[in-house]
Design a protein around this ligand. Structure first.
Ligand SMILES: N[C@@H](CCC(=O)N[C@@H](CS)C(=O)NCC(=O)O)C(=O)O
Length: 184
């Protein structure tokens, strides 16, 4: 049976891009369905009724939501070019840094976007602290897991595609000379 793979996403969403990158790495063809988060389609509401967010992967009619869950689903369904290590400790580390990105780093960058004056300054300090933690974790390694790209690297992928937008909006260059490994 031919497989049917669809991905509901927006062009700009770092969460959607995680799934795009993983499907590309696995050489999986899929239909891309572009959503407007400010005007959600009936299809999105039907497929992700709990969070009502993109991305949603639809594999042979079955929806999977939440980008980190989608990454693990993709990895277990199409096993070529793995993005999750085998060893439980390495797996735990990948999940830890992906969670750190989503629960600490991304909220701190969002605060820099949305807060003003003193609060923005404080948010920037917190952002830099979080970036330092990630930079330290990368010492001596190319990716979070060592030589091979993994789920944590996909989680941090927004640094590459949203940094220039961030700089235009805030005037603040997120990744400067202090973070050579994150930059690389
Ligand atoms: N935790 C979710 C976050 C997804 C998310 O925030 N998606 C945004 C687009 S970047 C969205 O659909 N927003 C619509 C909304 O918040 O109602 C994931 O990892 O998939």
């Amino acid at each position: 049976m031919a497989e049917e793979v669809k991905l509901l996403k927006t062009w700009s969403s770092p969460f959607g891009l995680r799934a795009v990158w993983a499907l590309k790495l696995k050489c999986i063809e899929y239909e891309s369905i572009d959503e407007d988060p400010s005007n959600k389609s009936a299809l999105l509401l039907q497929l992700n009724p709990i969070y009502k967010k993109i991305p949603v992967l639809v594999h042979n009619g079955k929806p999977i939501s939440e980008s980190l869950v989608i990454l693990e689903y993709i990895d277990q369904t199409w096993t070529q070019n793995p993005i999750m290590p085998q060893h439980p400790l390495e797996k735990a580390r990948q999940r830890f840094w992906a969670k750190f990105n989503d629960e600490k780093l991304l909220p701190s960058i969002w605060s820099v976007f949305t807060k003003e004056r003193k609060e923005r300054k404080e948010a920037m300090e917190e952002l830099v602290e979080n970036l330092k933690l990630a930079e330290e974790e990368l010492q001596g390694k190319r990716f979070f897991g060592g030589d091979k790209i993994g789920v944590a690297d996909f989680a941090f992928g927004w640094l590459a595609n949203l940094m220039s937008v961030f700089k235009q909006v805030t005037g603040f260059k997120v990744i400067d000379g202090r973070f050579p490994l994150l930059s690389a």
